[in-house]
Design a protein around this ligand. Structure first.
Ligand SMILES: [Zn+2]
Length: 201
């Protein structure tokens, strides 16, 4: 899919994410609706919230799905916070969360989670949509870049799309993530101050 960069109002948080992704070797393009198309073999539509906790991220899921539908986006989604190491609940405490990832699911019949436990299994129709879980940081062995996988979905690394790497690396990648974020925030703040000075002169 080719992303077309659009002229839109860019929030400082989204600008920092764009710069951060560039810093970790991932290409992304601004898109309509104040979001990023994160490009790769398994691309993501990225929406950024102002806070960085579970409740704040969860509140953005409905908006993110509606935005994806309005763009006819059929890939995975990711909701991130105002920094890349948010407080997101995760069953696996072995890789740090990056946000919440929505994995695209096809329409079809699935086991009914509401069926009585003592009764026979029941099938229900599930329309196309996204299954959400924690997005966990991971470094891909094939291309060497940082990416994320879906905790309770596919462990393919996004956005590169490769299926290799040392999952469960604990906090090994936290210094690299923090350093890249620090550089990105500094670069964005510097550009904003320069623009503000220019506007004032
Ligand atoms: Zn890779």
């Amino acid at each position: 899919m080719t992303a077309t960069p659009t002229r839109i109002a860019k929030s400082p948080e989204l600008a920092a994410w764009s710069e951060f992704l560039k810093g970790i070797g991932v290409n992304a393009a601004y898109s309509r609706g104040n979001c990023l198309h994160v490009l790769g073999g398994r691309p993501l539509l990225l929406v950024c919230t102002l806070g960085a906790d579970q409740a704040r991220l969860e509140k953005a899921l409905g908006h993110t799905e509606r935005l994806a539908n309005s763009k006819e986006w059929t890939g995975d989604l990711i909701v991130v916070g105002s920094h890349p190491l948010p407080e997101v609940l995760s069953y696996l405490d072995s890789d740090p969360p990056a946000g919440l990832i929505g994995q695209r699911v096809r329409p079809g019949h699935v086991l009914d989670p509401l069926a009585p436990e003592d009764g026979p299994p029941r099938l229900v129709y599930r329309p196309a949509g996204w299954q959400w879980s924690a997005a966990l940081w991971h470094r891909c062995d094939t291309c060497g870049r940082l990416g994320v996988y879906a905790e309770t979905g596919s462990w393919t690394t996004r956005p590169c799309g490769h299926d290799s790497g040392p999952w469960h690396c604990n906090d090994d990648e936290v210094p690299a993530i923090s350093e890249a974020w620090g550089r990105a925030s500094y670069a964005v703040n510097k550009r904003r101050s320069a623009r503000a000075r220019q506007a004032a002169s």
